[in-house]
Design a protein around this ligand. Structure first.
Ligand SMILES: [Zn+2]
Length: 418
């Protein structure tokens, strides 16, 4: 058994009515917290014992019934109780000699901690992209990924104008083997975002390119404004929004692609690329190598724009949820190796798009060949895993040597498999 807790965060699509209710709730929770805290601080000052959760809850019930604080009736009781439980714990921590760093609980300022937690009474309908919240009703959300596991609680919070729901789930990874048994190799590229060894192609989103001009224009405008003037702030806000839109679009796209691949493939083989290093090296050398770098940094900007690093992370954790796995294979010469005769030559790639083997004449789409090579290296690593053999080093080996290992290793799996 391996229980994992994970949170899924979604932006809620709220109606004005829901917005008003949620505002009421997030206002109610700090109100009750502050009220209960004032009560306890008074008691501390007058040397009376502190009130713990049970007594505080009794008081909260009275406040709810009063005319003055009647608005508390609309706030889900469990949310208020949660705040009182939090306060109970905060005071216990504060008196605990083993936790010398804990301070006395403080008053909550409105607008600082605009969140509300639902430990029960909620429902999650992933297929309908909606959640049910007690005393709020059904609320739709922007569905960017599948919720897996058993929902344990939901925290609704406000950031700026928008509401977000964070659904915390718990699940057993071992109990969920991947529904498929297929294995696939993935070739990452600039012209095509990802090419799978089964022929599936994902085009790049290039979310940045379309917006880059708009962003540059906005930034020029900002320069002409007086710093911290109201017009400057407006322009600044527009830039922030533009950045957010780009990031959101990219993230949505990466989620879509990674979810699709992870749902269909039990084993995903990818090249072991150091995405961060690739972009760093181009920047650092810009003075030394004039021309090449401009090209290189263009390429790296594209890589960052497409979010390869984020994409690899998504594949990784989604395979974790689905009970699948990701295998990282050495990236050397994946584009120059012939999948048919294993001949390695730069000349195999005379054009960007086409692979033609100078040794045996095999030809195919270059990205597809890359994906096929990644897949065969993935098979090799799986074989190593299965046989317990030492993995060939990921870097610094020539392809000739690796080829030799390939045939040896495949021999081992064949015999141990039968
Ligand atoms: Zn060949």
């Amino acid at each position: 058994m391996m229980m994992i807790r994970k949170a899924f965060k979604f932006r809620l699509q709220v109606t004005p009515e829901t917005d008003a209710k949620l505002n009421n709730y997030v206002g109610g929770c700090p109100f009750v917290w502050n009220k209960a805290l004032a009560l306890n601080l008074d008691r501390l000052n007058s040397k009376q014992p502190i009130l713990w959760y049970q007594e505080l809850n009794f008081w909260a019930t009275l406040w709810k019934q009063s005319d003055e604080y009647g608005f508390l009736k609309d706030v889900p009781s469990q949310a208020l109780q949660q705040k009182l439980k939090d306060m109970d714990k905060a005071f216990r921590d504060c008196f605990d000699k083993n936790q010398p760093l804990k301070r006395c609980p403080v008053f909550k300022k409105k607008g600082l901690s605009d969140s509300i937690r639902f430990p029960q009474g909620f429902k999650v309908e992933d297929s309908e992209s909606r959640i049910f919240l007690p005393k709020v009703g059904w609320v739709r959300y922007r569905n960017s990924r599948r919720v897996v596991g058993e929902p344990k609680n939901i925290t609704v919070s406000r950031k700026g104008k928008h509401w977000y729901a964070s659904i915390q789930v718990e699940y057993d990874t071992m109990a969920m083997p991947h529904k498929s048994t297929s294995i696939v190799g993935v070739d990452m590229g600039i012209k095509q975002f990802a090419t799978l060894s089964d022929g599936t192609v994902y085009q790049p989103l290039n979310s940045f390119k379309g917006k880059a001009e708009k962003l540059a224009k906005l930034q020029r405008k900002l320069k002409n404004k007086k710093k911290f003037s109201s017009n400057w702030k407006k322009a600044k806000a527009k830039i922030t929004k533009c950045h957010e839109q780009i990031a959101d679009a990219r993230k949505d796209y990466l989620h879509k692609v990674s979810t699709e691949i992870c749902e269909n493939q039990a084993v995903i083989c990818i090249e072991d690329l150091k995405v961060k290093n690739m972009s760093k090296s181009a920047k650092g050398n810009s003075e030394k190598h004039g021309k090449n770098v401009a090209q290189k940094s263009g390429l790296n900007k594209s890589i960052l724009d497409q979010g390869w690093g984020m994409f690899f992370q998504m594949l990784d954790y989604k395979q974790g949820w689905n009970g699948g796995m990701v295998i990282k294979v050495p990236a050397h010469h994946t584009s120059q190796t012939c999948p048919c005769c294993q001949h390695v030559a730069k000349a195999n790639r005379l054009t960007q798009a086409e692979f033609v083997c100078v040794e045996c004449g095999y030809s195919n789409n270059a990205d597809l060949v890359g994906a096929m090579n990644v897949l065969s290296r993935g098979h090799l690593q799986l074989a190593c895993l299965a046989s317990g053999a030492v993995m060939p080093p990921a870097t610094g080996t020539s392809d000739k040597r690796r080829r030799k290992v390939t045939s040896e290793q495949s021999g081992i799996t064949a015999s141990s498999g039968r």
